[in-house]
Design a protein around this ligand. Structure first.
Ligand code: LLP
Length: 431
């Protein structure tokens, strides 16, 4: 794959743009997205649904990377989007994202957030708990408004992935429990509320999942609940949302299915479970985040210092680190890095690729690299999901710029923070 992205001068290209030119022009650390890859993945998801001839929504989980430009691309590609905060909703609004295609998620949405969502007429509120039903009712009454809702349930499925990334098991902070009857009670409350239009059921079992069966079980469980609701509550769900979580390949040992293959299996399960129960095939919604933006993102760094201890693996440091990509430190996430100014150069050494942050755990990757020297540009691959979106100003380092590259053209879509930006909220203390 990388071979196709090398230009005549032997540099890595991203979206048809020379990565070394990007580093020179915009500085490093730099986050670069190949916009075509983003478009391609959204289209691949849509194609599966079109082929299977079901009603659907591909709702981009924007927590993976939220920016005005990203909402613009998602909107242009006909995707819906998930937001989980007033901040994401505000960014989507600024991008002109169609509000009817927005779903608002979260286990503790504030009254102010719900009010914003109601006033802006978002497409759906994904109700997570009983407190939220009451709070939303209050907001709807105050604004004399109505809104579409879905109920998030916890299907009792643990996906085999990093513990922090699991959300579908019973002992989880998200969603209504099923076995104890909470989901049924929530349904009754929502159906009894004329301001809430109940659309259906949602579950999200986790993130960076490689196995099909978790998704199949979740999909089957959702249909099972829908069938029981039709029987016991005379309510027929129109929408089943199976969440996101489709795993991507970060390193050679990862062997996930293609994201769209997960979706195909989910659709098959829902169709067959619905048919078995003589239940009308619902609209099927998915909420991929990582699989849409992850593979499209690259973090560019400049090589700096190096520490060699005889007999030990050397530390090679770059000018970014845990402030622009917390995932290795937080989840022991693995990434591959290549020498962007000469991707074909032979790898000869194992290194701890260290960041610049004052913390021993700030190691971006344990990887193999060619012989590199200060000033060389490294590209970390597949950094597009939960990289910039989880960035911080730790050690008062400015967050990097984000560039969109497509068809040989590059554009800054988030400016690099300046030192002035870092202090612009500070107030001096008058003693
Ligand atoms: N839908 C819901 C309700 C979610 O909670 C999430 C992710 C998604 C969709 C999208 O999942 P994806 O397709 O991106 O796996 N910061 C962690 C990932 C946290 C995921 C949280 N929820 C990481 O960097 O691995």
């Amino acid at each position: 794959q990388v071979t196709n992205q090398i230009n005549q001068v032997g540099h890595l290209t991203i979206g048809g743009v020379d990565s070394i030119d990007l580093a020179r022009e915009y500085g490093t650390p730099l986050v670069v997205y190949d916009v075509n890859q983003i478009r391609h993945q959204i289209r691949a998801f849509k194609k599966v649904f079109e082929e299977e001839q079901v009603d659907y929504a591909v709702s981009y989980a924007s927590k993976a990377f939220a920016a005005i430009a990203m909402y613009q691309v998602a909107s242009e590609e006909g995707a819906s989007t998930d937001v989980v905060s007033a901040g994401e909703l505000y960014t989507a609004l600024k991008a002109g994202f169609p509000m009817e295609r927005v779903s608002f998620h979260g286990n503790n949405k504030s009254k102010a957030e719900l009010e914003m969502a109601v006033k802006k007429h978002v497409g759906k509120i994904m109700i997570d708990n009983f407190y939220e039903i009451d709070l939303l009712n209050e907001v709807l009454e105050k604004n004399n408004s109505e809104i579409n809702v879905m109920l998030r349930v916890t299907p009792g499925i643990s996906a085999h992935t990093h513990e922090y990334d699991q959300t579908g098991q019973v002992d989880s902070k998200f969603g209504f429990d099923i076995e104890s009857g909470q989901a049924d009670l929530a349904l009754e409350k929502v159906l009894a509320n004329p301001r809430m239009h109940m659309l259906g059921l949602h579950a999200h079992i986790g993130s960076q999942i490689f196995e099909l069966n978790g998704f199949e079980m979740a999909a089957a469980k959702l249909i099972e609940i829908a069938v029981s609701w039709r029987k016991n509550h005379d309510y027929t769900a129109q929408v089943i949302n199976v969440g996101g979580g489709f795993g991507i390949k970060y390193v050679a040992e990862d062997h996930p299915l293609k994201p769209e293959e997960f979706v195909k299996a989910i659709i098959k399960t829902i169709k067959s479970e619905a048919a078995k129960n003589n239940f009308p095939i619902p609209e099927i919604d998915i909420e991929p985040g990582r699989s849409i933006v992850g593979p499209a993102g690259y973090n560019l760094y400049t090589v700096g210092s190096r520490k060699d201890v005889p007999g030990l693996i050397p530390y090679l440091a770059v000018d970014g680190g845990m402030g622009d990509n917390i995932r290795p430190a937080l989840y022991q996430a693995k990434y591959e890095a290549i020498l962007a100014n000469d991707p074909r150069k032979k790898t000869i050494q194992k290194v701890h690729l260290a960041g610049k942050y004052c913390e021993s755990g700030d190691i971006l990757a344990d990887t193999e690299l060619p012989d590199v020297k200060p000033g060389d540009i490294l590209a970390m691959l597949d950094t597009g999901a939960y990289g910039y979106s989880m960035a911080s100003n730790y050690n008062r380092n400015p967050r990097p710029a984000v560039v969109f590259a497509e068809n040989g053209q590059a554009q800054v879509v988030i400016k690099r923070e300046s030192l002035m930006d870092l202090v612009h909220l500070d107030q001096s203390y008058n003693v």
